[in-house]
Design a protein around this ligand. Sequence first.
Ligand SMILES: [Zn+2]
Ligand SMILES: [Zn+2]
Length: 78
Amino acid sequence: MMLIFWTIVIITFFIISLRVNSCNCKPKENYAICNKCGESIEEEYNYCPSCKTQIKKQCDNCGMKISTNWRHCPYCDN
Ligand SMILES: [Zn+2]
Ligand SMILES: [Zn+2]
């Protein structure tokens, strides 16, 4: 009987740990945060869908989309 009891305990802990691991508390890596309203935005977006703040701008030199916070383009070292 003790074996069955411990098996249930181990399975229960296993299920709990799985639920903890699948917790989506942290924002996804390919998500940016709007500086103005704090909304999480997909990296592809140029404007925040919540407050219309511009998030991305185009590099004058290479045309890549870069964050408005960045002074220098990371793609072409402009
Ligand atoms: Zn916003
Ligand atoms: Zn560039």
